[in-house]
Design a protein around this ligand. Structure first.
Ligand code: DHB
Ligand code: FE
Length: 280
């Protein structure tokens, strides 16, 4: 059967895509950020996941106010790269896994999560930047990807508890797929950042690190953090961290931390990432 073997939470700052595309990853500014991902890049080379369920948000690049799906699953063979204003990033298209994606969609919907099924979609920096951080600049991405887009841009945004429960349902879905597949789940976005208004530039090292602590072990306290706490403590865009809870929920009762990294600042954002394994 298919198994979720690991989870990653990671920021998805668009500037890091620019650094990769322009060969600046070891410049003074970017070096401490990319050095924090060295361990994870090496680890991924050994892990060789068949499929990554990549939980991310579209930043009004593909979706817009015409249609705002709360949870959308990409079931296509292939996903193109969004033009976010400077042309699409020069990265490979993303190859999907339609059989597993449709299986997950069916399992989730019968499990009472009403997913939007998307058969044609381009993906933005929320998805491509984490791929670049984990896999560098390959000619084709070394894993298939099932994009799972979450609305964290237009309120009402799903609650942390709903996200955690969706993760639990994703685990049930993956474990009922008969093919032997090594599946990872990534949650992207965050950490603390606010991109506009009087509090633009807000960062909160202490809160972010407490959040990272909460993802390790057997506590499920993070699922109960209310939206207003993300807004107050981590800025308006810190709400992206609810997507990490889908990843955490999919790892089961208890996790073990394999690697963790945090750095301030990266563009306007606190960059953090964590690699977790499910623990029986
Ligand atoms: C930045 C961070 C994000 O998560 C994002 O989606 C856009 C911009 C930033 O820090 O510049
Ligand atoms: Fe973002």
């Amino acid at each position: 059967m298919a198994r979720i073997t690991a989870g990653i939470g990671s920021s998805h700052v668009p500037l890091l895509g620019v650094a990769v595309d322009q060969g600046k990853t070891r410049d003074e500014y970017f070096s401490p950020i990319f050095a924090g991902y060295d361990w994870t890049r090496d680890w991924e080379k050994q892990q060789k996941p068949d499929v990554v369920i990549l939980v991310y948000n579209d930043h009004a690049s593909f979706f817009d106010m015409k249609i705002v799906p709360t949870f959308a699953i990409g079931c296509a063979e292939r996903f193109g790269i969004c033009d976010e204003g400077w042309g699409p990033r020069p990265v490979p298209d993303v190859e999907g896994h339609p059989d597993l994606a449709w299986h997950i969609a069916q399992s989730l919907i019968l499990d009472e999560f009403d997913m939007t099924i998307v058969n044609e979609m381009d993906v933005d920096h929320g998805l491509t930047v984490p791929l670049s951080m984990m896999f560098d600049t390959p000619k084709t991405w070394p894993t298939k990807v099932i994009p799972l887009a979450v609305n964290v841009v237009t309120y009402p945004v799903p609650s942390g508890n709903r996200c955690w429960a969706l993760g639990e349902a994703i685990r049930r879905a993956v474990e009922s797929f008969p093919e032997d597949l090594n599946v990872q789940i990534w949650g992207t976005g965050g950490m603390s950042h606010q991109l506009q208004g009087p509090r633009a530039g807000l960062l909160n090292r202490e809160w972010d690190n407490k959040f990272l602590d909460m993802l390790v072990g057997d506590s499920d306290a993070a699922r109960w953090i209310p939206h207003i706490e993300y807004l107050r403590e981590t800025g308006s865009e810190g709400i992206e961290m609810v997507m990490w809870l889908i990843m955490r929920g999919a790892l089961g009762k208890k996790t073990r931390c394999l690697h963790r990294h945090y750095h301030i600042p990266c563009s306007n954002t606190a960059i953090g990432h964590i690699v977790l394994e499910p623990e029986a």
